[in-house]
Design a protein. Structure first.
Length: 227
C-alpha cells in the first residue's frame, strides 16, 4: 500500500519536473529563434530574459511566455504538494515563498515586457521571493539532515542566495554596473549601444540558472522518496 506521503512526494516530483521542463524548453526555443534588428542571434552576455518574451521583437516570445506561465503554475503545485510532507517548521515558509516566486514567473509570462509596469512588478517579486526562499532554505538545512537537504541542494541554494542578493543590491547601489534608482533591469533593456559583455544581463542569467539548478535538486530529491 502506497502511503499518503509517498503519493504526495510522487505528485511533487511529477509537477516539479513538468514545470522545469516547460521553463527550460521555452527559454531554449526562444533563444534559438531570436534575431535582433541587425540580424544577430541571441547572446546571454547582452540580452535579458524579458527581451526573449518581447512580442514584436522576439520570434519565440509566445514560447517563452507560455513556458513561464504554465511552467510557473506547475511548479506552484510542486510547492503545495512538497509543503505537505515537510519535516521542519522552516520548510513551510520556504515553500510558501518559493511558490510566490513561481507565481511571479507565471505573471511574467502572462504580462510580458509589452505590458511594462505589470511585468516589471512581477520581476521585482520574483527576485524578492527568490532571495527570501533561498535564505529560509539555508536555515532549514542548517540544523540537521533533512528530507529536502542534500549537499547539492544546499550548495545551489547558497549560490542562488548570493546571486539574488547581488541583483537586489544592484538595484540600489551605483557602482558603475547599473544605474542608481533603476529597478533591477527592465529600464536597462533600453540601454543602447550595448557592450558585448553587459553585466546586468549576465548577472541576471547567472541568477536564473543557479535558481533553476537549486529547484531541480529539490524536485529530484523526491524521485524515490520513501515514507
Amino acid at each position: 500500500m502506497i502511503s499518503r506521503q509517498q503519493k504526495l512526494s510522487k505528485l511533487a516530483f511529477r509537477f516539479g519536473l513538468l514545470g522545469l521542463l516547460g521553463l527550460v524548453l521555452g527559454v531554449t526555443v526562444a533563444t534559438l529563434s531570436f534575431t535582433d534588428v541587425d540580424g544577430h542571434g541571441f547572446s546571454f552576455f547582452n540580452y535579458s530574459v524579458s527581451e526573449l518574451g518581447h512580442y514584436g521583437h522576439s520570434a519565440g516570445a509566445v514560447l517563452l511566455n507560455g513556458g513561464l506561465f504554465f511552467g510557473g503554475l506547475s511548479l506552484v503545485l510542486f510547492c503545495l504538494f512538497a509543503m505537505q510532507i515537510s519535516d521542519s517548521p522552516w520548510l513551510v515558509p520556504c515553500f510558501l515563498l518559493l511558490g510566490g516566486c513561481f507565481l511571479s514567473l507565471a505573471v511574467v509570462g502572462l504580462f510580458p515586457i509589452n505590458v511594462y509596469h505589470l511585468h516589471n512588478k512581477a520581476m521585482h517579486c520574483f527576485y524578492y521571493f527568490g532571495f527570501s526562499s533561498s535564505l529560509t532554505y539555508l536555515f532549514y538545512s542548517a540544523f540537521a539532515k533533512r528530507r529536502f537537504a542534500s549537499l547539492g541542494s544546499i550548495f545551489w541554494a547558497f549560490l542562488t542566495w548570493v546571486s539574488f542578493t547581488l541583483s537586489l543590491l544592484l538595484a540600489h547601489l551605483d557602482i558603475g554596473i547599473a544605474v542608481n534608482g533603476k529597478p533591477f533591469y527592465q529600464e536597462m533593456v533600453m540601454a543602447q549601444p550595448r557592450p558585448e559583455l553587459w553585466w546586468p544581463a549576465l548577472i541576471e542569467w547567472i541568477s536564473v540558472g543557479l535558481f533553476v539548478l537549486w529547484v531541480f535538486s529539490l524536485v529530484w530529491s523526491q524521485r524515490e522518496s520513501k515514507a
